[in-house]
Design a binder for this molecule. Structure first.
Ligand code: FAD
Length: 387
């Protein structure tokens, strides 16, 4: 059976579903999202879903702020809840990084983010339960928090479907068909689907698609572990999200007495990586946590999971048309910060598919060719999840 539509979206993670939603907002509803498994079954469903706004670049700061505002009031955008919880966010840096933190906090304020650069002594007065030893400076964002990856992904998809967009689950896309310099269709295990434009949001599985159309990107995968703890509610009813460059961990509260710790970025093989948590890693993360937040010494470990960051050399994504195939649009390489940026990225991908360029936020700094041009996006804290 051959089908056809204006735009085909490949992959039903948060990026594909956000794109479908923003296409619908632009009035493009003859669309079809193809997902080979279930929605949010890739990196999205394994996300820590932290929404922070501390970045080193204007473009990521702006995207983080606008996206946070959308997710915090997700019902207004989609008519569906997004599960946002406002916890506040503390970013702790080591000596040598305090100048960068202050510069970044000022950049965040220029973009409307309430970001406060604090000395550790000031922070200790506000959070006496936290040990700020070894910390040179703290950035505090009272408006940051976390959301529900499943609710946000499904909410975007539902709002698009309510306007006529289609979502097909269990459909494996096996190839992109090129004709005379255009991407004209996708081949799937359910048949060929002709498309006016194609948006590629297949997460960790993007490299094969790009290689097949002769436009590879330098993408690789790292394994990030998420350790699940039960904390003593009588001592720690809740806590802000804390990210710590001294040990590379981030931790946030979850429902009931749960706290999630994100730790490590180890290069891995996408198809064979260990999807659970290493006991040694759980022990390390608990040790770090107790040093920083002593009341966690009564917390109990309860498993966890691992997931894939798909990374570029600068740990920032590519949001662009594929060179040589102008109606093929790609959103790739979101590292550990795609979820929080998904509204503005989905909007940009929709604009690229319809208008040929991202009109609301200029995505030139995230262009496809920046690696070949050796014009990477910088970060005050190196190319890591904190980029
Ligand atoms: C452990 C972990 C913690 C994270 N923590 C945070 C965080 O705190 N904050 C934050 O902002 N971000 C975080 N991230 C990053 C964020 O989750 C990702 O950047 C984001 O979810 C990427 O979404 P995506 O839609 O691009 O990819 P994915 O969610 O991987 O979706 C891709 C989809 O494409 C489908 N697909 C692939 N191939 C095909 C095919 N051939 N045919 C049809 N469908 C196909 C897959 O099944 C999948 O559903 C974290 C990620 C991980 C793994």
């Amino acid at each position: 059976m051959t089908d056809s539509c204006d735009v085909v979206v490949i992959g039903g993670g948060v990026m594909g579903c956000a794109t479908l939603h923003y296409l619908a907002k632009m009035g493009i509803t003859n669309t079809l999202l193809l997902e080979r498994d279930t929605l949010a079954s890739g990196s999205t469903g394994r996300s820590m879903t932290i929404l922070r706004m501390h970045y080193s670049n204007a473009i990521t700061t702006r995207m983080a702020k606008e996206s946070r505002d959308v997710i915090a009031d997700f019902e207004a955008e989609t008519g569906h809840p997004g599960g946002f919880v406002n916890t506040g966010y503390l970013f702790l840096v080591v000596p040598g990084q305090e100048g960068a933190l202050r510069t970044n906090a000022a950049l965040q304020r220029e973009h409307g983010v309430d970001s406060r650069a604090l000395m550790p002594e000031e922070a200790a007065k506000q959070w006496p339960e936290i040990n700020f030893e070894g910390v040179a400076a703290v950035a505090y964002e009272p408006d940051s928090g976390y959301a529900d990856s499943s609710a946000v992904t499904n909410g975007f998809a539902l709002s698009a479907r309510e306007t006529g967009a289609r979502v097909t689950l269990g459909c494996n896309v096996t190839g992109i068909v090129k004709e005379r310099g255009r991407a004209v269709a996708v081949e799937t295990d359910l048949g060929r689907i002709n498309a006016g434009a194609i948006v590629l949001t297949a997460g960790p599985w993007i490299p094969e698609f790009l290689a097949s159309v002769g436009a590879p990107l330098p993408l690789s995968w790292v394994r990030h572990q998420v350790v699940k703890l039960h904390r003593p509610l009588n001592k720690i009813p809740t806590h802000p999200i804390i990210a710590d460059t001294s040990n590379g961990i981030s931790f946030r509260p979850d429902v009931d007495d749960l706290t999630l710790i994100g730790i490590r970025e180890d290069p891995t093989d996408r198809d064979t990586y260990n999807q659970s948590v290493d006991p040694s890693c759980a022990a390390d993360s608990l040790e770090y946590l107790v040093q920083r937040y002593p009341a966690f010494d009564e917390a109990g470990w309860d498993g966890g999971w691992s997931g894939l960051f798909t990374v570029t050399p600068d740990h920032h994504p590519v949001i662009d048309r594929v060179p040589g195939l102008e109606n093929l649009v790609v959103g790739a390489g979101f590292s550990g910060h795609g979820f929080k940026l998904s509204p503005t990225i989905g909007r940009a991908l929709a604009e690229l598919a319809v208008d040929g360029r991202a009109t609301t936020i200029d995505m030139t700094p995230l262009r496809f060719t920046r690696f070949a041009e050796d014009d990477l996006l910088g970060s005050a804290y190196g190319a890591t999840v904190f980029a």
